[in-house]
Design a protein around this ligand. Sequence first.
Ligand SMILES: Nc1ncnc2c1ncn2[C@@H]1O[C@H](COP(=O)(O)OP(=O)(O)O)[C@@H](O)[C@H]1O
Ligand SMILES: O=C(O)C1=C[C@@H](OP(=O)(O)O)[C@@H](O)[C@H](O)C1
Ligand SMILES: [Mg+2]
Length: 167
Amino acid sequence: MAPVVVLVGAPGCGKSTVGEALATALGVEFRDTDTDIERMAGKPIPEIFIDEGEEHFRTLERAAVAAALAASPGVLALGGGAVLAEETRAALVGHRVVHLSVELPDAVKRVGLGAGRPLLAINPRATLKHLMDQRRPLYAEVATATVATDGRTPAEIVAEIAALLPR
Ligand SMILES: Nc1ncnc2c1ncn2[C@@H]1O[C@H](COP(=O)(O)OP(=O)(O)O)[C@@H](O)[C@H]1O
Ligand SMILES: O=C(O)C1=C[C@@H](OP(=O)(O)O)[C@@H](O)[C@H](O)C1
Ligand SMILES: [Mg+2]
């Protein structure tokens, strides 16, 4: 069964937070591929990056996204870098994919010092800017709708996404 909606966007755009609140509002299951990856690997994401490296994480991520797209009936949040994989962008075709957009100032405030996000462990602001510039076209490519999150509460964002969904 396909997800009701898949959330994509940069780190700090609110995929995990908004996704969980949206699932609660809709009364459906919430799934986050980062949580699935941690379960698969048996350790937190920063440890996967330290022990096996980013490439290994991306391999686990491609598998986690493919499995979740096939099996999750509810709201599905991806990790911010999932769209880097062409295989994943292809797998998203035909799904309802909402890009939660965020500009650098709000993203920086939300990720803080990058705790729990190994890619942002050094110089979070500059790294985030680089990641966002690189990925913006990829989020636009996979998205069927975009919802801006800057200066808005998760509740406001949940309401806007819910209004996009079929009743
Ligand atoms: N709309 C929002 N306004 C303010 N803070 C937010 C908003 N959405 C998420 N946050 C906060 O930003 C941080 C990152 O959110 P998270 O859901 O983990 O983002 P993502 O999964 O997209 O990386 C969390 O501390 C969360 O509470
Ligand atoms: O941007 C990225 O490449 C990553 C984003 C993280 O997820 P969030 O976007 O939920 O922070 C997580 O998948 C991992 O740390 C890599
Ligand atoms: Mg997340």
